[in-house]
Design a binder for this molecule. Structure first.
Ligand code: 13P
Ligand code: SF4
Length: 345
C-alpha cells in the first residue's frame, strides 16, 4: 500500500514540477518527511516559505505554521495544508479576544510599558494584536532575542501562550526573579495589579506533549544507559530542562545528534517522530526517546496523513486547489509586521 502511494505522490510531483514545494516540520511522519523538499524547525520553515518561488507551498505541519507561511509568501502563492484538522492545542490557549480583554486589565494596572511577545504557536489574529501593541513573534530558537527586543523597547514583557518556554527563556537571560505567571480567569491566580510588579509576565498556556516529560524520565534514562546525554525542547517544564544537558529548538536537537560521535548515546526529550527520524538519519549514534514507553505523539502533527498528501497533490494535478489556508487581509498585514520583526532580530 505504501509503495503504491509513494508512486502516486512521485507521479503527481513530476507533473507539478517547480509549481510545488513541500515543507515538512521535524515532527511529521516519515512518509511525509521523505517527500519534503525541506525539513526543519518552525523558524527555518518560515524562512523557507518566505524564500519559496513555487506557486503552491504544501505545508507538512500545523495550522499556525501554514498561516504564517501564507502571511510571508507573495499574494499569488497559495499555501496548502493537507488536513485542516491539524491544529496545535497550545495555539488555541491564547485567543486574541481573551488576550485583548486581559491586556486592558494589565495595562490599566500599571504606567509601565508592556510589550507583548507571542510564540509562533499562535493564530494570525494574536500575531496581529502583538504587532499593534509594538510586540513581535518568536520561535523556540529566538525567544531570548525577542525578550531582549521587548525589554529594550519597553519595561516589561507579556509572553504567550507557552509558560514553559517563557520561564526557560527568562532563566536563560538571568531574569528568574522577575517571573509572574498569570491566568486572568483563575480566581487563585495573582491579579493584574500583582503581576505587573514583575518584568516577565507569562500566560498560562502549555504544550500537552512536552508537559508530560518529568524529571523521573531523565533519571530513568540515566539509570538505564551509561554515558547518556539528554537533549530536550524548551517547551518542557523548567525542572526537566534543568535536569537535561542541552536544551533547544527542534533544529538544535537535530544538530546536537548530527554532531555526536559514533557510539554516543543521546536521549531525546521531544515529540516521538523526531526521535525516530534522528535514529534513521544517524544510525551511528544511539538515539533513545526520553519518554521510554510513554509515547509522546503530537496528534495535531499526526493529522497530516500521507493519504491526504496524495489527495492534495492529485487535486492540484486535476487543476483544483484543495485546503488553501488564507489569512484575512486585515490580519495579514499586521501579523506580517510581527513576523518581520522576528525575522529582523
Ligand atoms: P520548533 O520551532 O522547535 O520546531 O518547535 C515547534 C513546536 O511546535 C514544538 O512543539
Ligand atoms: Fe503544538 Fe505541542 Fe504539537 Fe508542537 S508538539 S504542534 S506545541 S501540540
Amino acid at each position: 500500500e505504501e509503495d503504491e502511494r509513494t508512486e502516486r505522490i512521485e507521479a503527481a510531483l513530476e507533473t507539478l514540477g517547480d509549481d510545488v514545494v513541500i515543507l515538512g516540520h521535524n515532527y511529521q511522519r516519515r512518509e511525509i518527511v521523505e517527500h519534503a523538499d525541506f525539513v526543519g524547525d518552525s523558524y527555518q520553515l518560515s524562512k523557507e516559505a518566505a524564500d519559496a518561488d513555487a506557486e503552491y507551498v504544501i505545508f507538512g505541519g500545523v495550522t499556525f505554521m501554514a498561516e504564517s507561511a501564507d502571511i510571508i509568501t507573495d499574494p499569488d502563492q497559495r499555501v496548502i495544508l493537507p488536513s485542516m484538522e491539524a491544529s496545535c492545542p497550545m495555539a488555541g490557549m491564547a485567543e486574541a479576544l481573551q488576550v485583548d480583554a486581559a491586556w486592558a486589565e494589565l495595562t490599566a494596572a500599571t504606567d509601565a510599558d508592556i510589550v507583548p511577545v507571542t510564540y509562533m504557536n499562535s493564530y494570525a489574529d494574536l500575531k496581529a494584536f502583538c504587532a499593534e501593541q509594538g510586540g513581535l513573534v518568536c520561535t523556540s530558537s529566538n525567544a531570548h532575542d525577542a525578550f531582549e527586543y521587548a525589554l529594550d523597547e519597553g519595561d516589561k514583557v507579556l509572553f504567550l501562550p507557552d509558560k514553559h518556554l517563557g520561564e526557560n527563556t527568562a532563566h536563560r537571560l538571568g531574569l528568574e526573579d522577575e517571573i509572574a505567571e498569570w491566568d486572568p480567569w483563575d480566581a487563585a491566580s495573582a491579579d493584574a495589579g500583582e503581576v505587573v510588579e514583575s518584568d516577565v509576565i507569562l500566560w498560562d498556556g502549555y504544550c500537552q506533549v512536552h508537559e508530560r516529560f518529568r524529571t523521573s524520565h531523565v533519571e530513568q534514562v540515566r539509570d538505564e544507559h551509561d554515558d547518556v546525554s539528554v537533549v530536550v525542547h524548551p517547551e518542557c517544564r523548567r525542572e526537566v530542562v534543568e535536569a537535561a544537558d542541552v536544551v533547544g529548538s527542534t533544529a538544535t536537537i537535530c544538530e546536537t545528534v548530527a554532531n555526536a560521535d559514533p557510539g554516543d548515546t543521546w536521549a531525546i526529550g521531544t515529540e516521538i517522530h523526531l526521535a525516530q527520524h534522528l535514529q534513521r538519519w544517524h544510525p551511528e549514534v544511539n538515539v533513545v526517546p526520553l519518554c521510554g514507553d510513554a509515547c509522546m505523539d503530537c496528534n495535531a502533527m499526526r493529522q497530516i496523513d500521507p493519504n491526504y498528501l496524495t489527495w492534495v497533490l492529485e487535486e492540484l494535478v486535476a487543476g483544483r486547489e484543495p485546503n488553501v489556508v488564507e489569512v484575512a487581509p486585515e490580519e495579514k498585514e499586521l501579523a506580517r509586521v510581527a513576523l518581520d520583526r522576528m525575522l529582523e532580530i
